[in-house]
Design a binder for this molecule. Structure first.
Ligand code: COA
Length: 345
Protein backbone atom coordinates (compact mmCIF):
# COMPACT_ATOMS: atom_id res chain seq x y z
CA UNK A 1 0.00 0.00 0.00
CA UNK A 2 1.22 3.47 -0.91
CA UNK A 3 1.31 6.18 1.69
CA UNK A 4 1.41 9.30 -0.51
CA UNK A 5 -1.53 11.41 -1.74
CA UNK A 6 -0.70 13.09 -5.04
CA UNK A 7 -2.52 15.95 -6.84
CA UNK A 8 -3.38 14.85 -10.41
CA UNK A 9 -6.21 17.17 -11.50
CA UNK A 10 -7.33 20.77 -10.96
CA UNK A 11 -10.40 22.78 -11.96
CA UNK A 12 -12.41 25.86 -11.04
CA UNK A 13 -15.86 27.32 -11.62
CA UNK A 14 -17.28 30.82 -11.29
CA UNK A 15 -20.84 32.05 -11.76
CA UNK A 16 -21.54 34.09 -14.88
CA UNK A 17 -22.73 37.28 -13.16
CA UNK A 18 -19.97 39.77 -12.32
CA UNK A 19 -20.51 42.60 -9.82
CA UNK A 20 -18.04 45.48 -10.01
CA UNK A 21 -17.16 47.79 -7.12
CA UNK A 22 -19.04 50.59 -8.89
CA UNK A 23 -22.15 48.43 -9.07
CA UNK A 24 -21.95 47.82 -5.30
CA UNK A 25 -21.43 51.53 -4.71
CA UNK A 26 -24.68 52.24 -6.58
CA UNK A 27 -26.70 50.82 -3.65
CA UNK A 28 -24.28 50.89 -0.68
CA UNK A 29 -22.33 53.65 1.09
CA UNK A 30 -18.98 52.62 -0.39
CA UNK A 31 -16.77 53.39 -3.40
CA UNK A 32 -14.53 51.65 -5.90
CA UNK A 33 -11.61 53.62 -4.47
CA UNK A 34 -12.26 52.46 -0.85
CA UNK A 35 -12.67 48.81 -1.80
CA UNK A 36 -9.59 48.74 -4.07
CA UNK A 37 -7.27 50.46 -1.61
CA UNK A 38 -8.50 48.68 1.56
CA UNK A 39 -8.91 45.18 0.06
CA UNK A 40 -7.42 44.98 -3.46
CA UNK A 41 -10.73 43.65 -4.79
CA UNK A 42 -12.08 45.01 -8.10
CA UNK A 43 -14.97 42.65 -8.83
CA UNK A 44 -16.57 39.38 -7.76
CA UNK A 45 -18.88 36.75 -9.28
CA UNK A 46 -22.29 35.94 -7.76
CA UNK A 47 -24.85 33.24 -8.47
CA UNK A 48 -28.30 33.99 -9.84
CA UNK A 49 -31.48 33.35 -7.83
CA UNK A 50 -32.23 29.63 -8.08
CA UNK A 51 -28.58 28.62 -8.32
CA UNK A 52 -26.83 26.95 -5.37
CA UNK A 53 -23.44 25.84 -4.11
CA UNK A 54 -23.75 22.36 -5.64
CA UNK A 55 -24.06 23.89 -9.14
CA UNK A 56 -20.61 25.45 -8.80
CA UNK A 57 -19.19 22.39 -7.01
CA UNK A 58 -20.33 20.12 -9.84
CA UNK A 59 -18.72 22.35 -12.50
CA UNK A 60 -15.43 22.66 -10.62
CA UNK A 61 -15.46 18.90 -9.99
CA UNK A 62 -16.14 18.20 -13.67
CA UNK A 63 -13.18 20.38 -14.66
CA UNK A 64 -10.87 18.68 -12.16
CA UNK A 65 -11.96 15.27 -13.46
CA UNK A 66 -11.28 16.39 -17.07
CA UNK A 67 -7.85 17.58 -15.99
CA UNK A 68 -7.12 14.24 -14.25
CA UNK A 69 -8.34 12.28 -17.27
CA UNK A 70 -5.98 14.22 -19.56
CA UNK A 71 -3.19 13.81 -17.01
CA UNK A 72 -3.20 10.08 -16.36
CA UNK A 73 -6.41 8.63 -17.79
CA UNK A 74 -8.37 8.87 -14.52
CA UNK A 75 -11.96 7.84 -15.25
CA UNK A 76 -15.00 8.82 -13.15
CA UNK A 77 -15.25 5.16 -12.09
CA UNK A 78 -11.81 5.44 -10.47
CA UNK A 79 -13.06 8.06 -7.96
CA UNK A 80 -14.13 6.45 -4.67
CA UNK A 81 -14.33 9.49 -2.39
CA UNK A 82 -15.80 13.01 -2.61
CA UNK A 83 -14.97 15.54 0.10
CA UNK A 84 -16.69 18.92 -0.22
CA UNK A 85 -15.62 21.89 1.90
CA UNK A 86 -18.45 24.39 2.23
CA UNK A 87 -20.13 26.66 4.76
CA UNK A 88 -23.05 27.37 2.42
CA UNK A 89 -24.39 23.87 1.74
CA UNK A 90 -27.50 23.56 -0.45
CA UNK A 91 -29.44 22.60 2.73
CA UNK A 92 -28.56 22.47 6.45
CA UNK A 93 -29.19 18.73 6.18
CA UNK A 94 -28.17 16.49 4.43
CA UNK A 95 -24.60 17.18 3.28
CA UNK A 96 -24.14 18.49 -0.27
CA UNK A 97 -21.29 16.11 -1.26
CA UNK A 98 -23.50 13.05 -1.98
CA UNK A 99 -25.64 15.16 -4.34
CA UNK A 100 -22.52 16.47 -6.11
CA UNK A 101 -21.16 12.90 -6.43
CA UNK A 102 -24.44 11.74 -7.92
CA UNK A 103 -24.64 14.64 -10.39
CA UNK A 104 -21.07 13.90 -11.54
CA UNK A 105 -22.01 10.27 -12.19
CA UNK A 106 -19.91 9.01 -9.26
CA UNK A 107 -22.91 7.66 -7.34
CA UNK A 108 -22.20 5.14 -4.62
CA UNK A 109 -18.89 6.61 -3.46
CA UNK A 110 -18.15 7.83 0.06
CA UNK A 111 -19.10 11.51 0.18
CA UNK A 112 -19.22 14.05 3.01
CA UNK A 113 -18.97 17.79 3.72
CA UNK A 114 -16.38 19.61 5.79
CA UNK A 115 -17.22 22.85 7.55
CA UNK A 116 -14.16 25.00 8.29
CA UNK A 117 -15.18 28.20 6.47
CA UNK A 118 -12.19 29.72 4.62
CA UNK A 119 -9.83 26.96 5.85
CA UNK A 120 -12.25 24.32 4.56
CA UNK A 121 -10.27 23.35 1.47
CA UNK A 122 -7.05 22.69 3.44
CA UNK A 123 -9.00 20.63 6.01
CA UNK A 124 -10.67 18.71 3.15
CA UNK A 125 -7.30 17.99 1.56
CA UNK A 126 -6.01 16.73 4.91
CA UNK A 127 -9.04 14.46 5.43
CA UNK A 128 -8.88 13.01 1.91
CA UNK A 129 -5.08 12.57 1.98
CA UNK A 130 -5.35 10.71 5.29
CA UNK A 131 -8.02 8.40 3.88
CA UNK A 132 -5.85 7.69 0.83
CA UNK A 133 -2.83 7.00 3.00
CA UNK A 134 -4.89 4.68 5.22
CA UNK A 135 -6.12 2.72 2.20
CA UNK A 136 -9.77 3.72 2.79
CA UNK A 137 -9.89 5.27 -0.71
CA UNK A 138 -7.67 5.34 -3.78
CA UNK A 139 -8.80 8.41 -5.73
CA UNK A 140 -10.57 11.40 -4.23
CA UNK A 141 -12.30 14.44 -5.64
CA UNK A 142 -11.74 17.29 -3.17
CA UNK A 143 -13.87 20.39 -3.74
CA UNK A 144 -14.09 23.79 -2.05
CA UNK A 145 -17.30 25.64 -2.94
CA UNK A 146 -19.21 28.52 -1.40
CA UNK A 147 -21.93 31.01 -2.29
CA UNK A 148 -21.66 33.63 0.45
CA UNK A 149 -23.83 35.99 -1.61
CA UNK A 150 -26.73 33.91 -0.24
CA UNK A 151 -25.95 34.73 3.43
CA UNK A 152 -24.67 38.33 3.29
CA UNK A 153 -26.74 41.16 4.75
CA UNK A 154 -27.70 43.21 1.66
CA UNK A 155 -27.06 46.38 3.70
CA UNK A 156 -23.59 45.42 5.04
CA UNK A 157 -21.02 47.28 2.96
CA UNK A 158 -18.09 45.54 4.67
CA UNK A 159 -18.98 41.93 3.88
CA UNK A 160 -20.58 42.64 0.52
CA UNK A 161 -17.38 44.34 -0.63
CA UNK A 162 -15.25 41.31 0.19
CA UNK A 163 -17.09 38.09 -0.64
CA UNK A 164 -17.77 36.44 -3.98
CA UNK A 165 -19.10 33.03 -5.04
CA UNK A 166 -16.91 30.32 -6.57
CA UNK A 167 -15.60 26.78 -6.44
CA UNK A 168 -12.36 24.93 -7.08
CA UNK A 169 -11.42 21.26 -6.97
CA UNK A 170 -8.50 18.85 -7.18
CA UNK A 171 -8.25 15.12 -7.80
CA UNK A 172 -5.96 13.23 -5.43
CA UNK A 173 -4.59 9.74 -6.16
CA UNK A 174 -2.42 7.40 -4.18
CA UNK A 175 1.22 7.53 -5.22
CA UNK A 176 4.79 7.27 -4.10
CA UNK A 177 6.73 9.41 -1.68
CA UNK A 178 8.85 11.93 -3.57
CA UNK A 179 6.56 12.22 -6.61
CA UNK A 180 5.78 15.79 -7.77
CA UNK A 181 2.29 16.65 -6.54
CA UNK A 182 2.65 14.68 -3.29
CA UNK A 183 1.05 16.51 -0.34
CA UNK A 184 4.09 16.68 1.92
CA UNK A 185 2.38 17.27 5.25
CA UNK A 186 -0.17 19.37 7.08
CA UNK A 187 -0.33 21.92 9.87
CA UNK A 188 -3.89 22.37 11.15
CA UNK A 189 -5.30 24.33 14.09
CA UNK A 190 -8.31 26.05 15.64
CA UNK A 191 -9.32 28.48 18.38
CA UNK A 192 -13.00 28.29 19.35
CA UNK A 193 -12.57 31.29 21.64
CA UNK A 194 -12.73 33.37 18.45
CA UNK A 195 -15.97 31.78 17.19
CA UNK A 196 -17.89 35.08 17.41
CA UNK A 197 -15.50 36.85 15.04
CA UNK A 198 -16.93 35.10 11.96
CA UNK A 199 -20.45 33.77 12.41
CA UNK A 200 -24.03 33.27 11.29
CA UNK A 201 -25.78 33.33 14.69
CA UNK A 202 -29.20 31.96 13.79
CA UNK A 203 -30.32 28.76 12.09
CA UNK A 204 -28.43 26.19 14.17
CA UNK A 205 -29.33 24.31 17.36
CA UNK A 206 -28.25 27.22 19.63
CA UNK A 207 -30.50 29.79 17.99
CA UNK A 208 -33.04 27.73 16.13
CA UNK A 209 -34.71 28.54 12.89
CA UNK A 210 -38.38 29.11 13.80
CA UNK A 211 -39.76 30.19 10.47
CA UNK A 212 -39.82 33.76 11.78
CA UNK A 213 -37.22 36.36 10.89
CA UNK A 214 -34.23 36.13 13.23
CA UNK A 215 -33.76 39.14 15.54
CA UNK A 216 -31.15 41.79 14.78
CA UNK A 217 -30.21 40.33 11.41
CA UNK A 218 -28.86 37.18 13.06
CA UNK A 219 -29.66 35.18 9.94
CA UNK A 220 -26.88 37.03 8.12
CA UNK A 221 -23.15 36.39 8.12
CA UNK A 222 -21.27 38.78 10.40
CA UNK A 223 -17.57 39.46 10.77
CA UNK A 224 -15.35 41.56 13.05
CA UNK A 225 -13.17 42.77 10.18
CA UNK A 226 -10.26 44.35 11.99
CA UNK A 227 -9.83 41.53 14.54
CA UNK A 228 -10.11 38.93 11.78
CA UNK A 229 -7.44 40.77 9.77
CA UNK A 230 -4.96 40.54 12.66
CA UNK A 231 -5.75 36.89 13.39
CA UNK A 232 -5.48 35.98 9.70
CA UNK A 233 -1.98 37.42 9.35
CA UNK A 234 -0.80 35.90 12.63
CA UNK A 235 -2.18 32.40 12.13
CA UNK A 236 -1.42 31.96 8.42
CA UNK A 237 2.17 33.13 9.03
CA UNK A 238 2.63 30.86 12.05
CA UNK A 239 1.04 27.87 10.35
CA UNK A 240 3.07 28.40 7.15
CA UNK A 241 6.30 28.67 9.15
CA UNK A 242 5.49 25.50 11.12
CA UNK A 243 4.82 23.61 7.91
CA UNK A 244 7.96 24.94 6.19
CA UNK A 245 9.98 23.53 9.09
CA UNK A 246 8.12 20.22 9.02
CA UNK A 247 8.68 19.60 5.29
CA UNK A 248 12.33 20.64 5.43
CA UNK A 249 12.09 23.86 3.38
CA UNK A 250 13.54 26.10 6.11
CA UNK A 251 16.61 26.83 3.97
CA UNK A 252 15.28 27.64 0.51
CA UNK A 253 11.66 28.43 1.50
CA UNK A 254 8.70 28.07 -0.86
CA UNK A 255 8.79 29.44 -4.42
CA UNK A 256 5.09 30.31 -4.31
CA UNK A 257 2.55 30.82 -1.53
CA UNK A 258 -1.12 30.34 -2.38
CA UNK A 259 -2.84 31.80 0.66
CA UNK A 260 -6.55 32.23 1.28
CA UNK A 261 -7.61 35.27 -0.75
CA UNK A 262 -9.37 37.66 1.67
CA UNK A 263 -7.54 40.98 1.42
CA UNK A 264 -4.39 41.90 -0.52
CA UNK A 265 -3.05 43.66 2.58
CA UNK A 266 -3.31 40.36 4.49
CA UNK A 267 -1.44 38.58 1.68
CA UNK A 268 1.33 41.20 1.66
CA UNK A 269 1.69 41.01 5.45
CA UNK A 270 1.96 37.19 5.32
CA UNK A 271 4.55 37.53 2.52
CA UNK A 272 6.55 39.96 4.68
CA UNK A 273 6.40 37.60 7.68
CA UNK A 274 7.74 34.79 5.50
CA UNK A 275 10.41 37.00 3.86
CA UNK A 276 8.99 36.50 0.35
CA UNK A 277 8.75 38.86 -2.63
CA UNK A 278 5.42 40.09 -4.07
CA UNK A 279 5.92 37.82 -7.12
CA UNK A 280 5.98 34.77 -4.85
CA UNK A 281 2.53 35.50 -3.38
CA UNK A 282 -0.26 34.41 -5.69
CA UNK A 283 -3.07 36.99 -5.95
CA UNK A 284 -6.38 36.58 -7.80
CA UNK A 285 -8.73 38.24 -5.30
CA UNK A 286 -8.81 41.36 -7.47
CA UNK A 287 -11.05 39.44 -9.90
CA UNK A 288 -12.99 37.08 -7.59
CA UNK A 289 -12.95 38.49 -4.03
CA UNK A 290 -13.03 36.10 -1.09
CA UNK A 291 -14.66 32.88 -2.32
CA UNK A 292 -14.26 31.15 1.08
CA UNK A 293 -13.64 27.40 0.56
CA UNK A 294 -13.27 27.95 -3.19
CA UNK A 295 -10.50 30.49 -2.67
CA UNK A 296 -7.30 28.40 -2.60
CA UNK A 297 -8.11 26.00 -5.49
CA UNK A 298 -9.41 28.90 -7.62
CA UNK A 299 -6.18 30.81 -6.94
CA UNK A 300 -4.20 27.69 -7.91
CA UNK A 301 -6.15 27.34 -11.18
CA UNK A 302 -5.65 31.02 -11.93
CA UNK A 303 -1.91 30.92 -11.17
CA UNK A 304 -1.41 27.90 -13.42
CA UNK A 305 -3.42 29.53 -16.24
CA UNK A 306 -1.44 32.79 -16.05
CA UNK A 307 1.96 31.08 -15.77
CA UNK A 308 2.62 32.26 -12.21
CA UNK A 309 2.77 28.68 -10.98
CA UNK A 310 4.91 26.19 -12.91
CA UNK A 311 5.93 22.53 -12.57
CA UNK A 312 8.78 22.15 -10.09
CA UNK A 313 7.78 25.14 -7.94
CA UNK A 314 7.76 24.51 -4.19
CA UNK A 315 4.22 25.60 -3.35
CA UNK A 316 2.83 26.31 0.08
CA UNK A 317 -0.95 26.54 0.59
CA UNK A 318 -2.20 28.30 3.71
CA UNK A 319 -5.69 29.23 4.87
CA UNK A 320 -7.44 30.98 7.73
CA UNK A 321 -11.13 31.30 8.51
CA UNK A 322 -14.06 31.08 10.87
CA UNK A 323 -13.91 28.80 13.85
CA UNK A 324 -11.33 30.21 14.13
CA UNK A 325 -9.45 27.71 11.98
CA UNK A 326 -6.20 27.66 10.05
CA UNK A 327 -4.11 25.20 8.12
CA UNK A 328 -1.27 24.72 5.64
CA UNK A 329 0.06 22.10 3.27
CA UNK A 330 2.86 21.97 0.70
CA UNK A 331 3.76 20.23 -2.53
CA UNK A 332 6.14 20.36 -5.47
CA UNK A 333 3.87 21.53 -8.28
CA UNK A 334 3.37 18.68 -10.82
CA UNK A 335 2.86 18.78 -14.60
CA UNK A 336 -0.92 19.13 -14.76
CA UNK A 337 -3.21 19.23 -17.75
CA UNK A 338 -5.43 22.05 -16.50
CA UNK A 339 -8.48 23.36 -18.27
CA UNK A 340 -9.60 27.00 -17.97
CA UNK A 341 -11.84 27.91 -15.06
CA UNK A 342 -15.42 27.36 -16.12
CA UNK A 343 -17.80 30.34 -16.12
CA UNK A 344 -21.09 28.83 -15.09
CA UNK A 345 -23.84 30.29 -17.28
N1 COA B 1 -16.74 51.03 2.12
C1 COA B 1 -16.51 52.16 2.83
N2 COA B 1 -16.19 52.16 4.12
C2 COA B 1 -16.14 50.98 4.74
C3 COA B 1 -16.38 49.76 4.09
C4 COA B 1 -16.70 49.83 2.72
N3 COA B 1 -16.93 48.71 1.98
N4 COA B 1 -16.22 48.75 4.96
C5 COA B 1 -15.92 49.31 6.14
N5 COA B 1 -15.87 50.65 6.01
C6 COA B 1 -15.61 51.64 7.02
C7 COA B 1 -15.95 51.20 8.42
O1 COA B 1 -17.34 51.32 8.66
C8 COA B 1 -15.14 52.14 9.25
O2 COA B 1 -15.81 53.36 9.32
P1 COA B 1 -15.80 54.22 10.68
O3 COA B 1 -14.35 54.55 10.91
O4 COA B 1 -16.65 55.38 10.35
O5 COA B 1 -16.38 53.34 11.74
C9 COA B 1 -13.89 52.35 8.42
O6 COA B 1 -14.22 51.92 7.09
C10 COA B 1 -12.71 51.55 8.89
O7 COA B 1 -13.17 50.22 9.21
P2 COA B 1 -12.17 49.06 9.52
O8 COA B 1 -12.94 47.83 9.76
O9 COA B 1 -11.20 49.51 10.56
O10 COA B 1 -11.42 49.00 8.10
P3 COA B 1 -10.25 48.08 7.66
O11 COA B 1 -9.20 48.88 7.03
O12 COA B 1 -9.89 47.09 8.73
O13 COA B 1 -10.93 47.24 6.47
C11 COA B 1 -11.86 45.09 6.14
C12 COA B 1 -12.08 46.47 6.71
C13 COA B 1 -13.10 44.25 6.45
C14 COA B 1 -11.67 45.21 4.63
C15 COA B 1 -10.62 44.45 6.78
O14 COA B 1 -10.68 44.58 8.17
C16 COA B 1 -10.46 43.00 6.42
O15 COA B 1 -10.15 42.68 5.30
N6 COA B 1 -10.59 42.11 7.42
C17 COA B 1 -10.42 40.70 7.21
C18 COA B 1 -11.61 40.15 6.50
C19 COA B 1 -11.43 38.69 6.21
O16 COA B 1 -10.36 38.24 5.98
N7 COA B 1 -12.57 37.99 6.21
C20 COA B 1 -12.63 36.62 5.87
C21 COA B 1 -12.25 35.74 6.96
S1 COA B 1 -11.15 34.58 6.42
Amino acid sequence: MSDAAVVCGLGGALPETVVSNDELAATLDTSDEWIRTRTGIERRHVIKPGEATSDLAVEAGRRALESARAQDGTAPDDIDLVVLATSTPDHPCPATAPLVAERLGLGGVAAFDISAVCTGFVYALAAAASMLSAGTARRALVIGADTFSTILDPCDRTTRAIFGDGAGAVVLRTGHAGEPGELLGFDLGSDGAGAEMITVRAGGSRQRSTGLAAPDGDQWFSMQGRAVFTEAVLNMSKSAQALIGRVGWAGEGPDRVVAHQANVRILRAVGDQLGLSAEQIVVNLDRVGNTVAGSIPLALADAVATGGLRPGHRVLLTGFGGGLTWGSTALIWPELATVPTHIHA
